[in-house]
Design a protein around this ligand. Structure first.
Ligand SMILES: [Fe+2]
Length: 435
């Protein structure tokens, strides 16, 4: 009787009193009441178990919802055009919040054949160790373990297990690390450091596993995108070099115009993407000269009217060539208008002032700067003072006056030296390919 009361959490005294009263009832009444009592007890027990299960279920549901919405947010931010660093910063911030961590980090290994040998460490939260030390711990201690079984690694006694790694390691109590893989290769490591409440458990393991799968897909796509970009830029450089190669004096001209244009775009406050498009437009500005006879392009003396009319068609021819490439649509107006002038005296349409896209004014000024500072068949490069004077003289007529101010705010001697070095390096690598 006492055990039954304890199990059902009933007061023994009260129950004993109840039973004594029941003893005054008939045998059959007592049995009925006993049965009712039994059902009530069982019912209460079932309800308590169900309550427990409901509690566990809603906790699980809440954390699953949190995980799913995080994965949804992460997949929403998977834009391959953004840098890998920005994407992984976002992932680290999400990890920090959902897993309740002191810090999260991602170490991205350098790509093969990228020319870089530097790892990139992206962090969020309060870092327990300096970046270099954390990188060393991942590279020397965690990476070999992850490479051995390609699975998530959890160490809830990290401070004692890894004490031999040097001073400061005791600041990392618990760690969870997962490899970012592509095929059988590890491309990086995702890391959670110091869980704020308790230790890492199977839920954390599952969660970081799902995130790393998404992140690895992103990394793979991002690398493919970079490869495509490199291929495209390589093709465009080859195309424009073939135009420049028609005249040994204009070697590297397109690339220098592209670099000057990008600099002016940056000085104008353009974001990196828009500045990149201006670079492309600068690279391709004279692509329309591809079909022009060398007898005209290389002519040392004055062009006849007919020849000049032919040369003046190159912006339209160039725009026509580029219109065949859908991804280049936005650079067409720049190519078309790079010989237009603010005073309306340019070609092909004689547009003036605001009618000319700012990008075209940038490329136009960059084109003239490079023409004046490079050798031509008929003259040596102009001295820098003369170049500056000429640009100032044409400010507001041939060139946009605000752009002129931005250009002349640069240390031009130093900038021209940088341009020369950049195009010399291009020429060397091109010779390397030809050898
Ligand atoms: Fe041109």
């Amino acid at each position: 009787f006492a055990r039954a009361c304890t199990r059902a959490e009933l007061d023994r005294e009260v129950m004993a009193g109840l039973c004594r009263q029941l003893a005054h009832h008939h045998q059959d009444q007592t049995e009925e009441l006993q049965a009712v009592l039994q059902w009530t007890i069982e019912d209460e027990q079932t309800k308590a178990v169900a309550q427990d299960e409901l509690g566990t279920l809603s906790t699980n549901l809440a954390s699953t919802y949190e995980e799913l919405s995080m994965l949804y947010r992460i997949s929403g931010s998977m834009r391959v055009t953004q840098g890998g660093g920005a994407f992984f910063e976002n992932i680290c911030r999400e990890l920090l919040e959902v897993m309740h961590l002191q810090a999260a980090a991602a170490l991205l290994y350098p790509r093969e054949h990228s020319g870089s040998s530097e790892d990139e460490l992206v962090c969020a939260g309060e870092q327990p160790l300096p970046k270099e030390q954390l990188t060393q711990i991942i590279r020397r201690y965690l990476a070999p373990r992850l490479a051995a079984d390609m699975r998530t690694l959890v160490d809830n006694q990290f401070a004692s297990n890894a004490a031999h790694l040097g001073p400061g390691v005791e600041k990392i109590r618990t760690i969870i690390a997962v490899p970012l893989t592509s095929g059988d290769k590890i491309k990086g490591v995702l890391l959670g450091v110091n869980k704020l409440t308790g230790e890492f458990d199977s839920n954390d393991l599952k969660l970081i596993g799902s995130i790393s799968s998404q992140a690895a897909v992103f990394l793979e796509n991002h690398h493919l995108y970079e490869d495509l970009q490199d291929l495209l830029m390589g093709m465009l450089h080859a195309l424009t070099s073939s135009i420049d190669a028609k005249d040994p004096y204009t070697s590297g001209h397109s690339r220098r115009v592209a670099l000057i244009s990008r600099k002016l775009a940056e000085l104008s406050g353009f974001d990196p993407h828009r500045a990149g498009r201006v670079y492309l437009a600068g690279l391709l500005h004279d692509v329309g000269k591809i079909g022009m006879p060398e007898s005209v392009l290389l002519k040392a003396g004055r062009l006849t009217d007919a020849e000049y009319q032919k040369v003046k068609r190159h912006p339209e021819v160039g725009a026509g060539i580029i219109s065949g490439i859908r991804q280049m649509e936005d650079v067409i107006p720049t190519i078309l208008c790079h010989h237009e002038r603010p005073d309306g005296q340019g070609y092909p349409k004689g547009l003036a002032g605001d009618q000319i896209p700012i990008e075209a004014l940038i490329v136009g000024l960059s084109d003239s700067l490079d023409a004046m500072t490079s050798s031509r068949t008929y003259r040596a490069p102009m001295p820098l003072e003369a170049v500056v004077a000429e640009i100032r003289r044409c400010s507001g007529t041939q060139f946009d006056s605000q752009l002129v101010e931005l250009l002349l705010s640069l240390d031009l001697a130093e900038f021209l030296e940088y341009l020369r070095e950049a195009t010399d390096a291009d020429a060397e690598s091109a010779q390397g390919v030809n050898r």
